[in-house]
Design a protein around this ligand. Structure first.
Ligand SMILES: [Zn+2]
Length: 51
């Protein structure tokens, strides 16, 4: 079984958490930044990891 960690992805524009992703323990060492559609901004924005 792989150990996965729930990670919150926060919109860089409105600072709201719009996505949750599962990261493996190995991937958790790196900060992730994804361009995703924010339902609050109604556009694609960079999403950053939030603790
Ligand atoms: Zn947003």
């Amino acid at each position: 079984m792989s150990q996965e960690r729930l990670t919150k992805m926060k919109c860089a524009v409105c600072k709201k958490i719009g996505y949750f992703i599962f990261k493996s323990k190995e991937a958790a060492k790196e900060k992730l930044e994804l361009n995703k559609f924010c339902k609050f901004c109604r556009k694609h924005t960079p999403h950053k990891e939030s603790k």
